[in-house]
Design a protein around this ligand. Structure first.
Ligand code: PGA
Length: 250
């Protein structure tokens, strides 16, 4: 892989403000020379974590944004506000939001456009459920999610989109999938991008990463894959020791 792998920690709704600040403090001085590191705390911890990590090599992302820049949208958070507070990434379409909040591919599509407009780098999550896998529709589901989310999204020369392949049934299970299957699946996702973008754009603007029960023992199996540019880590990103191990092994 010619690019540095990216290691993204998704803290979900698992750390309060004090815990998030403490973790950020502990992560601040971790040497991360050959990797890009991003952490995604909850909205309420964003500003504190961004302040804490200001002079470090770690970037900060949000876990969602809204698809309009401002207006009467009670409870929602604008991508522009996230940029203003200093976030540089945003996770979009995570399977937990699709499941619990009814987030659709159409919503994800609009959010990606707004995130890019605001200057955030989107981390777009796609993945099949266990049932979809059992009935043999895994590739179809992934192609649909990818195409519906991204078709027609205007991309500037300096803009980048990360697609995180996260098999839904593997998230939080403690058992990542076989890296060979991740590699094959990333190929399916990449192929669907070639159907909707010029190949030069696919090559320059898109990165595909893997997520789902990655830990220090498995991170390297994924970052060493030729067509995989990094990992999205949930549970194992919640303590400084385990996230440090992941960064060092990657
Ligand atoms: P996990 O979560 O690493 O705990 O499986 C990954 C994710 O949901 O992004």
């Amino acid at each position: 892989m010619d690019k540095k792998p990216i290691i993204i920690g998704n803290w979900k709704m698992k750390l309060g403000i004090a815990e998030s600040l403490e973790l950020a403090k502990q992560l601040k001085h971790i040497p991360a020379k050959n990797v890009d590191v991003v952490v995604c705390p909850s909205f309420v911890s964003l500003s504190g974590v961004i302040d804490t990590l200001r002079h470090s090599s770690i970037s900060v992302g949000a876990q969602d944004c809204f698809w309009e820049s401002e207006g009467a949208f009670t409870g929602e958070t604008s991508a522009a506000y996230l940029r203003e507070i200093g976030a540089s990434y945003v996770i979009l379409g995570h399977s937990e939001r699709r499941k619990y909040l009814g987030e659709t591919d159409e919503m994800v599509h609009k959010k990606i456009k707004m995130a890019l407009t605001a200057g955030l780098t989107p981390i777009v999550c796609v993945g099949e459920t266990f049932e979809q896998r059992q009935e043999g529709s895994k590739d179809y589901v992934l192609i649909q999610q990818t195409v519906k989310a991204l078709e027609g999204v205007p991309l500037g020369a300096d803009q980048r989109v990360f697609i995180a392949y996260e098999p839904v049934w593997v998230i939080g299970s403690g058992q990542a999938i076989d890296p060979a299957e991740a590699a094959a699946t990333h190929q399916v996702i990449r192929q669907s991008l070639f159907d909707i973008f010029p190949s030069s754009v696919v090559k320059s603007s898109f990165s595909i990463i893997y997520g789902g029960s990655v830990d220090a023992n498995t991170v390297n199996d994924f970052t060493s894959l030729e067509n995989t540019d990094g990992v999205l880590v949930g549970g194992a990103s919640l303590t400084a020791d385990s996230f440090r191990d992941i960064i060092q092994k990657a």
